[in-house]
Design a protein around this ligand. Structure first.
Ligand code: SAH
Ligand code: DHB
Ligand code: MG
Length: 224
């Protein structure tokens, strides 16, 4: 196969974006505020946001959990797919990110259904488990990649049969093709892919996400 034409791929992503994820006041402002506060621009793309939104709607979710809030860009897409009595709990380690996200979510009009738990994701997950939190309908994992396998095991304790588990950045421009990637994030993503491929409680696939670089989103359904 001929190598991917990067310009063409970018143009196709923009074409889809213009059709299905056009500019939006709250989302544009979200990115402006995050940039002004010095947050890294590592949020999901508009098209991936639309995909998350559709998957949450498709699943009829009322309870969503996100791991890795940043400035609340993906949080906004997820929250918009929930009914008024829905709940979204999002976990963020950096207090500064959580503060920017809180303001952004309020401005986007979804603040009342979003709870931000500031702290290490593993600690917040353990606390939710020991508090006997109700299972989530959709769980989106997008924090430190080295923690992905641990987050999966904890997320499963907060799941029911049918829970959808979505995970960002599992292809990393193909760096996960290396059986033993030197970088901890690539290593974590590859370990995650191996874990879901053989997991007795999951049925899964990875959807390539094409932007300027190729990444991917893992999609799993909890079967038991
Ligand atoms: N989901 C966001 C992007 C998240 S970027 C979006 O698409 O808009 C990853 C986030 O995970 C960062 O904000 C980072 O601070 C957070 N993070 C990293 N390690 C973490 C940990 N151990 N616990 C909780 N959050 C963590
Ligand atoms: C990067 C991208 C992400 O989607 C993420 O969650 C973390 C880091 C990056 O491009 O560095
Ligand atoms: Mg990501």
């Amino acid at each position: 196969m001929e190598s991917l034409n990067e310009q063409l791929v970018e143009n196709i992503d923009r074409y889809i974006e213009e059709l299905f994820a056009p500019p939006d006041e709250a989302l544009s402002q979200n990115l402006k505020e995050a940039d002004a506060a010095g947050l890294p621009p590592i949020q999901i793309s508009p098209n991936q946001g639309k995909l998350l939104y559709l998957l949450v709607k498709l699943s009829g979710a009322k309870r969503v959990m996100e791991i890795g809030t940043l400035g609340g860009y993906s949080t906004t897409w997820l929250a918009r797919a929930l009914p008024p009595d829905g709940t979204l709990i999002t976990l963020e380690w950096e207090a500064r990110h959580a503060a920017v996200a809180r303001q952004n979510l309020e401005r986007a009009g979804v603040g009342s259904i979003v709870e931000i738990l500031q702290g290490r994701a593993s600690d917040s997950l353990e606390a939710l488990i020991s508090d006997g939190a109700a299972p989530f309908d959709v769980i989106f994992i997008d924090a430190d990649k080295a923690g992905y396998v641990e987050y999966l095991e904890l997320a499963l304790k907060l799941s029911r049969p049918g829970t959808l588990i979505l995970v960002d950045n599992v292809i990393r421009n193909g760096l996960v093709l290396n059986p033993d990637p030197p970088d901890a994030a690539d290593h974590g993503a590859r370990a995650y892919n191996d874990a879901i491929a053989s997991h007795p409680r999951l049925e899964s696939v990875i959807l390539p996400i094409i932007r300027t670089r190729i990444d991917g989103m893992a999609i799993s359904i909890v079967r038991t």
